[in-house]
Design a protein around this ligand. Structure first.
Ligand code: SF4
Length: 245
């Protein structure tokens, strides 16, 4: 299902990324649907941009499969939001599970692995489950935005993602929200009455697992509340093997 390097015309991907730079969101999504159908799937952690993107897709009749990385360590508010969105949109959002429960992980690696080895914890609970999912797809669609942080400012609307070095497997990665500003995302959410994570109203601007997320202060970037105390800004799913965001 996934792409081999020889199947990819890298120049064509670059050309399309440039062409899509100023295109409306629905136009990019429609191109992905027409070309790949259900082999393109949206991955979301229920941040605002992902919600806007899924809403645009469904309103245009583009029924991409939707999945989330359920680390089993998400906030109760996040699980509540997932249920509300499924009801509103009439879809099922697949929760990708790690191989181990938090208890099994603690038994093997020690309690609270996120405090001493967050990279290992993220690999076990996010990167590996995502890799398995991507091996069934041709395109991974994300809600990533350039404005979110320094690590994301180079995000392209379409690019390649080398997700499995052992099998040399690639996938197309689409970031159709890359150029969107936070204000435009929230204007859309409010104007359309989309449900959103209740934690946003309590100062949380980027929301991940409860042990590694805090509210942010004015002046901090949107993802500053993730992995406080560590030199870590990404869980690894967007930077695996050093690929571009
Ligand atoms: S964000 Fe924290 S708790 Fe979640 S997988 Fe990564 S290190 Fe573990």
């Amino acid at each position: 299902m996934s792409l081999q390097p020889s199947e990819i015309d890298r120049d064509e991907v670059k050309r399309l990324a440039s062409e899509f730079e100023g295109a409306p969101l629905t136009e990019v999504l429609a191109w992905l649907w027409e070309k790949f159908g259900e082999r393109a799937a949206i991955g979301t952690s229920f941040q605002g941009a992902g919600l806007v993107m899924i809403d645009h897709a469904l309103n245009a009749g583009l029924r991409f499969p939707v999945f989330t990385l359920d680390t089993n360590l998400l906030f109760p508010e996040t699980y509540e939001l997932k249920a509300r969105l499924e009801k509103r949109w009439g879809i099922t959002i697949e929760g990708l599970q790690p191989e181990q429960t938090p208890e099994q992980q603690a038994a093997e690696y020690g309690a609270e692995l996120w405090k001493k080895g967050p990279d290992v914890c993220c690999t076990l609970r996010k990167v590996v489950p995502l890799q398995k999912k991507l091996s069934t797809l041709a395109v991974w669609i994300t809600g990533l935005r350039r404005q979110q942080s320094d690590t994301r400012e180079g995000a392209q609307i379409l690019g390649l993602y080398h997700f499995d070095v052992l099998r040399d497997l690639y996938i197309l990665k689409a970031n159709p929200m890359a150029t969107w500003k936070r204000e435009a995302v929230w204007d859309y959410i409010k104007a359309n009455g989309l449900p959103y994570n209740a934690l946003h109203d309590r100062g949380y601007r980027s929301i991940g697992c409860w042990p590694c997320t805090r509210a942010t202060d004015a002046g901090e970037n949107e993802r500053a509340g993730r992995w406080t105390g560590f030199d870590k800004a990404e869980c690894g799913i967007h930077t695996f093997l050093g690929d571009s965001i």
